[in-house]
Design a protein around this ligand. Structure first.
Ligand SMILES: N[C@@H](CCC(=O)N[C@@H](CS)C(=O)NCC(=O)O)C(=O)O
Length: 83
C-alpha cells in the first residue's frame, strides 16, 4: 500500500468530487484526511511543501498531487490494484 494523505476542506466542491470518488472506489479507510480549515498547521504544511494552499491535494508516498480530476483519476486506477 502506498501512504495516502488528502489535504481538503468540506466546503470545497473540488474536494467533494474527490471524496465521492474515494467512497465510490472503496478507499476511505486507506487514506489519512488532513483538514486545512480546521487545522491551520495542515494548511501551513501544504503551503510550505507546494507553494500554495489550494485543495484538494493528495500526497502519494509524500509526493503532492494537485487538481481534483487528476486525483480522482489516479485513485480510480489505484483502487483496481492497491499495492
Ligand atoms: N482546479 C482545482 C481547483 C481547486 C480550488 O479552486 N480549490 C479552492 C477551494 S474550492 C482553493 O483551494 N482555494 C485556495 C484556498 O482556499 O486557499 C481543482 O480542480 O482541484
Amino acid at each position: 500500500m502506498k501512504k495516502l494523505e488528502l489535504y481538503y476542506f468540506d466546503e470545497c466542491p473540488y474536494c467533494q468530487l474527490v471524496l465521492e470518488t474515494i467512497d465510490d472506489v472503496g478507499l476511505r479507510d486507506k487514506i489519512t484526511f488532513k483538514n486545512t480549515r480546521r487545522e491551520p498547521a495542515n494548511r501551513e504544511k501544504l503551503i510550505n511543501d507546494t507553494g500554495r494552499g489550494t485543495v484538494p491535494c493528495l500526497y502519494i508516498d509524500g509526493k503532492p498531487m494537485h487538481e481534483s480530476r487528476d486525483i480522482a483519476r489516479w485513485l480510480t486506477e489505484y483502487a483496481k490494484n492497491p499495492v
